[in-house]
Design a protein around this ligand. Structure first.
Ligand code: ADP
Ligand code: GN1
Ligand code: MG
Length: 364
């Protein structure tokens, strides 16, 4: 990114060029992120440019974050919710070079991961995301604006897959044939979702919608969860989105970027840690209908991500950045392997869910 542009942006926040160093940071797919270090001070910030291909109306993100931040400040003043730092002119975002920019405090001594190496980390992360869900349980989610229309609407994602299939080249379709067949084979997940999505006692709630592990900050020394980040997709939705993406990204020792699918296995102890951590916070809030969908949340989210990567491959990789041409196909293969594993281990996973639900040590 152009140095002059970053200098211009930071000037909006009152920093002169000689005051700071900056470098690209993190592994997120969507926004561009820089770590800003203020010279001779221990102050650091995260600067992000918002991806306009993905977020057509960035003001919606700012509006949602403001609403949530105000609510949390009022009801839980000690909760760490990483909102935007205002510009010198009191704005939540700077608009410079036809780009929306946001500055947040860099959380001190924090670290994020793409994979986990200890079930305690999975427990910590599930508690943190579960806590955000719990603290917002009484918040009227209909006040939130959609920052990406139909973001976790599986029907829309399947439609986008069939559209991609229709317009894709024969060559791409041949290469992806096996994954295309899997997308169709597992479409019963969509049928089931359609049959339950309007059920009574399956409410819309204020959800994070991107609980992948790199969106959680841990304390470098203690490995305790500090807070959740990446609030761009906080909007009204179903709790299975948040619980499901934890399963998608914590259960396997390798991330979605691992091309060798023989390495993709589910770690049962991590599954138990997620369920315990999430229920610790949300056990007394989820309805009976919702509790019956705990296992389904993993199927729903892993399947949705698999078809999102596959559709993007078929579309010529216009959404997820790639470092080699077939990467989105590899990601789809990885996610379908994870899904297959999930079904193969379903019986065991179900036993764990029942054990955790029946455990009296949770205050349901
Ligand atoms: P993206 O939408 O592209 O995924 P994120 O908001 O998740 O962007 O940020 C990318 C990465 O930057 C995170 O995974 C994390 O490592 C780091 N990061 C983001 N915000 C903060 C913060 N406030 N403090 C510390 N690290 C952060
Ligand atoms: C994107 O922004 P990031 O990298 O945390 C995506 C998620 C996907 C994820 C897959 C706005 O998340 O929905 O699950 O990649 N975010 C958006 O890694 O599309
Ligand atoms: Mg992220």
């Amino acid at each position: 990114m152009d140095k002059q542009l970053i200098e211009q942006v930071l000037n909006e926040y009152g920093f002169q060029p000689e005051q700071f160093d900056y470098r690209p940071f993190g592994t997120g797919h969507i926004n561009s992120t820089w770590l800003i270090s203020i010279k001779n001070r221990s102050e650091q910030y995260i600067l992000q440019s918002i991806n306009r291909n993905v977020f057509k109306e960035p003001e919606r993100i700012a509006g949602n974050v403001r609403l949530l931040s105000d609510y949390l400040k009022q009801h839980n003043p000690n909760y760490l919710f990483v909102g935007a730092i205002p510009t010198r002119f009191g704005k939540e975002m700077a608009f410079i070079g036809d780009i929306y920019w946001r500055l947040t405090e860099f959380i001190k001594n924090s670290v994020s991961f793409d994979t986990l190496s200890d079930p305690d980390q999975a427990y910590e992360a599930a508690v943190q995301f579960g806590r955000l869900n719990r603290l917002l349980a009484d918040f009227d989610a209909s006040q939130l604006q959609e920052t990406i229309p139909g973001f976790h609407d599986l029907g829309l994602r399947y439609q986008q897959f069939t559209d991609a299939l229709e317009q894709s080249s024969q060559n791409f379709k041949l290469k992806a044939d096996s994954e295309i067949q899997k997308a169709k084979k597992y479409s019963f997940i969509l049928e089931y979702f359609n049959s339950i999505k309007n059920s009574r006692d399956f409410p819309n709630r204020a959800m994070h919608h991107d609980t992948k592990i790199s969106n959680m900050l841990f304390d470098r020394d203690t490995m305790k969860g500090i807070c959740v980040i990446d609030l761009d997709t906080m909007m009204s939705g179903k709790y299975i989105s948040d619980l499901g993406d934890m399963m998608r990204t914590y259960l396997c020792a390798f991330s979605e970027n691992e091309p060798d699918i023989d390495k993709i296995f589910i770690r049962i102890d991590y599954f138990e840690a997620i369920i315990k951590g999430y229920l610790y916070e949300m056990g007394s809030i989820l309805t009976k209908v919702e509790k019956d969908l705990i296992l389904f949340s993993g199927k729903y989210l892993i399947y949705m991500q698999a078809i999102r990567f596959l559709s993007d491959y078929l579309n010529g990789s216009i959404y997820y950045p790639i470092s080699y041409p077939e990467q989105n196909l590899d990601r789809a293969k990885n996610q379908f392997k994870l899904l297959t594993e999930f079904f193969e281990k379903e019986k065991k996973l179900n036993e764990i869910v029942n054990k955790c639900l029946n455990n009296n040590s949770f205050n349901f």
